[in-house]
Design a protein around this ligand. Structure first.
Ligand SMILES: Cc1cc2nc3c(=O)[nH]c(=O)nc-3n(C[C@H](O)[C@H](O)[C@H](O)COP(=O)(O)OP(=O)(O)OC[C@H]3O[C@@H](n4cnc5c(N)ncnc54)[C@H](O)[C@@H]3O)c2cc1C
Length: 410
């Protein structure tokens, strides 16, 4: 259990939000010697991170997505190391299921691209598909097995990342950020906290703190069953998932089945636009189940334990926002990860930390920079607060700021 206490020394970096993104950023920055304080008003890893399926998956809709997800998968393997149980990690691989010849052609194109990037995968004809996953309904055309994909239990990993950050001196502060200021934040209780850098990693709630963010909430439902060890072996995803994940409007469901290490089956998932009501919708749940049973008929015999929802934070181009944001001095964004934030959290953290400390990162950071959106390029109009000097032309690390006294800490 991590120690929680008042920051007694100047803070270099405030991280808003202790989801998988905020905790990964805290870990990467603390490992680089930065004094980090994470502010969270709720449970660590309790937001979209707890709602996510935890599928670690290489996605290749564009070169930037492929670069970020494949880099991050490598980081996950390093993090997990020889302790898969601690991380509730399983290298189950993904089978992209092709329903017909058109989807089989899409699988072949995907295989070619992944091979070109050195990623291990295998095209499956129908017989090979059924040998690996006999629960799938007859009549499918085949699939693509991507061997390096896996899964983790996301909230557990948010806690692990925070513990690692804590070992390097990071602190967790309980509180709700009401406003982001130049080089600092204002908390709900009126406390002001200052630092050279502020990282906004509040997931779908990020837009409440910075309304100009180009973020749209996409609600998702996930269902979990009782334990049925061996029911399936791989994460099974219909190739049509990609269409559903990138639709710009309308509600959709896609077949996405996951074998948890506990023997439970996660059944995903749905996408609904601009719904911030997190209530479970029985009609959506029924639609998902019907669709999933269409792919794996024996699911109809399993006991469903419960269903939950979460909000994905989606950008218009499907890529996250990672980098400086001109809306406030000292502000950095690590948000907008839509349905891929568990996978890409570790790469996000490395890219962000490298930019903050002025290192070269392992992959180019340009495609994810917030400045690709015009509204995030605007310079702040408000004067600097609290005597902070302008960071313009000055490494922001040089800005000496300290936490105000009397902070409410839990
Ligand atoms: C149904 C569903 C399935 C998914 N499946 C997968 C998957 O299989 N694989 C994958 O890679 N991704 C998946 N995702 C996406 C993934 O879960 C998210 O991209 C990721 O969890 C985002 O993490 P985050 O840290 O940005 O946000 P969150 O986990 O939401 O964390 C943000 C944190 O900020 C805190 N916060 C917010 N506002 C404030 C404030 N004002 N002050 C203080 N704290 C604040 C919140 O309490 C929260 O803890 C899925 C998402 C959903 C909804």
């Amino acid at each position: 259990m991590m120690t929680v206490r008042a920051p007694r020394q100047p803070i270099d970096v405030i991280v808003i939000g202790a989801g998988i993104i905020g905790t990964a950023c805290a870990e990467a920055l603390a490992a680089r010697g930065r004094r980090v304080t994470v502010i969270e008003h709720d449970t660590v890893g309790g937001g979209a991170t707890a709602a996510g399926m935890g599928h670690l998956v290489v996605m290749d809709d564009n070169a930037a997505e492929l670069a970020l997800s494949s880099y991050s998968l490598g980081l996950w393997k390093e993090l997990v190391g020889d302790a898969p149980q601690r991380h509730e990690y399983s290298r189950c691989g993904t089978i992209w299921v092709a329903a017909d010849e058109e989807e089989r052609a899409a699988a072949a194109a995907k295989a070619e691209l992944l091979h070109a990037h050195g990623l291990a995968c295998e095209l499956l004809d129908a017989a090979a598909l059924y040998r690996r996953e006999p629960q799938l309904r007859p009549g499918l055309a085949g699939g693509l097995l991507v061997r390096g994909d896996g899964l983790v239990y996301p909230p557990k990993n948010a806690r692990i990342l925070l513990e690692r950050a804590h070992r390097d001196g990071a602190l967790l502060m309980r509180g709700r950020v009401r406003a982001i200021e130049d080089h600092g934040v204002l908390l709900e209780d009126g406390t002001r906290l200052q630092a050279a850098h502020v990282v906004l990693a509040a997931g779908a709630a990020s837009a409440a703190l910075l309304p100009q963010l180009p973020l749209q909430a996409k609600k998702g439902h996930v269902i979990i069953t009782d334990r049925y060890p061996g029911f399936i072996q791989h994460q099974l995803v219909e190739l049509g998932y990609i269409k559903s994940a990138h639709a710009a409007s309308g509600d959709s469901v896609a077949f996405n089945l996951q074998p948890r290490p506990t023997g439970q089956i996660l059944i995903g998932s749905s996408r609904q636009f601009d719904s911030t009501d997190t209530a479970v919708e029985p009609a959506m749940m029924a639609r998902m189940l019907k669709h999933a049973i269409g792919y794996a008929p024996a699911l109809a015999q399993l006991n469903v334990l419960r269903c939950w929802t979460g909000l994905r934070a989606a950008t218009p181009d499907g890529l996250p926002l990672i980098g400086p944001c001109a809306a406030r001095r000292g502000l950095w964004l690590a948000t907008g990860h839509e349905g891929l934030g568990i996978t890409t959290s570790l790469a996000t953290a490395q890219l962000l930390a490298a930019q903050i400390v002025g290192e070269n990162a392992a992959i180019a950071h340009d495609p994810y920079l917030p400045a690709r959106f015009a509204q995030l390029r605007a310079a702040p109009e408000a004067p600097l607060h609290h005597g902070a000097r302008a960071a313009s032309g000055t490494p922001a690390d040089d800005v000496q700021l300290s936490a105000s006294a009397g902070m409410a800490l839990l």
